[in-house]
Design a protein around this ligand. Structure first.
Ligand code: FAD
Length: 390
């Protein structure tokens, strides 16, 4: 005998930042939701992110502000409002690792860049700092270079996930979505799960990150297409590593290195290294990449003692809508096909933008919360564990 399908207004598939943020906002609006997570909450890209709430300055490194940079510029303020209990979601209690992300240039900055950073367009977004305002690591007398403070912050992603899971209440379901079943008459779709459960909803939101492609394909849906941009990140853990949250400027418009610092439960700190190092190092063998990272740090921050540090690498794909030439997508992506909305935030920072877009679509379609029988007891997905602990 087949169990009765679970019924909800909006079924969200995937509990990364995109699904969790949207779920909290939909519940606030009075919608009944179910959020399916196959593995652990945030356990895909989200827990591996650096937690930087970008304001787009990284994209301004070409020496001009593009549309892309403008679209993302409002995000840090929205997140800060949430952290203060004054925004669209109450994120009080989420740990801020650093109130600012920084940008440093190891040598003398090409004068064109220096002029641009000092320009009116970037005032309050990129500010040169010196002396006491410098992050600790740059106060060493051996440091030669310039440091800029960005209007961006860095969050502790595990505590963010924990808070969003609280806001999800009883809407979480630990199960894997396997395929959509669309009747020939085009009526409401059903979702079939790995457990055999079936879910009926007014709308399905697919926010399964890299998992969205397989789910679409197994349902016979081939658009939108997805792309993966792979990274091999480097972690270096030691006691007494100074906190560092910064992009290092290189010769190209992309950061040469992006460093964030994460506390470990054993009291050590972990530097998590991304940027060009992780993009270019994707095909390297882990030992070779670790050597490359060590020599980068020895060249850029020679006064930091890394003796006895433990090194590792971690591979992960960024999942995004396909773009020609693998260019960088620059805003959250939402595309609707009948009852199905396919989403990729493309950045942790853009989760609020993704939710805005979905809420706008639902509002334009005048989607009303419905009446649903109470849900049975459902298995809960666990929270993802920090990757630096492994
Ligand atoms: P995910 O976090 O991948 O979540 C998708 C979830 O769906 C997973 O939990 C998965 O288990 C689940 N799932 C998959 N298939 C199914 C299925 N069939 N049924 C049920 N569940 C399923 N962005 C920033 O803004 N700032 C940063 O500092 C930053 N740093 C980054 C560093 C790295 C190394 C990487 C890889 C990305 C970084 N990003 C950053 C980008 C950011 O992490 C991602 O854009 C964002 O986390 C994507 O969120 P998501 O919810 O779409 O996907």
């Amino acid at each position: 005998v087949m169990a009765t399908p679970l019924q909800t207004d909006i079924c969200i598939i995937g509990g990364g930042i995109a699904g969790l943020w949207l779920n909290a906002r939909l519940r606030q609006r009075g919608y009944h939701t179910l959020l399916l997570e196959a593995d652990s909450l945030g356990g895909g890209q989200t827990i591996r992110s650096q937690g930087i709430i970008h304001g787009g300055t990284k994209y301004a490194l070409h020496g001009s502000l593009t549309q892309a940079a403008e679209a993302i510029a409002g995000m840090p303020l929205r997140w800060r409002a949430c952290l203060e209990g004054d925004g669209e979601l109450d994120l009080r209690g989420v740990q801020v690792l650093s109130q600012h992300h920084y940008l440093w240039s190891p040598g003398s900055l090409i004068s064109k860049m220096a002029g641009f950073f000092a320009s009116k367009a970037l005032r309050g977004r990129v500010d040169a700092v010196s002396g006491e305002q410098l992050p600790e690591v740059f106060r060493d007398p051996a440091f030669r270079g310039k440091v800029y403070r960005l209007a961006e912050l860095v969050l502790d992603v595990p505590s963010l996930l924990q808070r969003l899971a609280e806001l999800a209440g009883d809407s979480l379901l630990g199960d894997r979505a396997e395929r959509f079943d669309t009747p020939a008459d085009g009526g409401p779709q059903r979702l079939i799960c790995a457990s055999g459960r079936e879910i009926q909803a007014q709308r399905f939101v697919l926010s399964a990150g890299a998992g969205s492609e397989a789910l679409l394909h197994s349902s016979g849906i081939h658009k939108p297409a997805m792309q993966r941009r792979p990274l091999q990140m480097v972690t270096v853990c030691a006691a007494n590593l100074p906190p560092l949250y910064a992009h290092c400027l290189g010769a190209s418009p992309k950061p040469r290195l992006t460093v964030t610092t994460h506390p470990l439960t054993n009291g050590e700190q972990c530097w998590y290294l991304g940027g060009e190092l992780a993009e270019q190092g994707v095909t390297s063998d882990p030992q070779a990449l670790i050597q490359r990272a060590a020599s980068e740090l020895a060249e850029l921050l020679p006064w930091v003692n890394l003796q006895g540090a433990r090194w590792d690498t971690l591979r992960i794909d960024r999942a995004e809508p396909a773009q020609s030439g693998l260019t960088r997508p620059d805003s959250a992506f939402v595309q609707q096909q009948d009852a199905l909305l396919v989403c990729w935030p493309t950045k942790l920072a853009l989760a609020p933008d993704l939710s805005d877009q979905v809420l706008d679509l639902l509002q334009r379609q005048a989607l009303q919360p419905g009446q649903h029988p109470p849900l049975p007891e459902l298995p809960h997905p666990p929270l993802a564990k920090p990757v630096w602990e492994h």
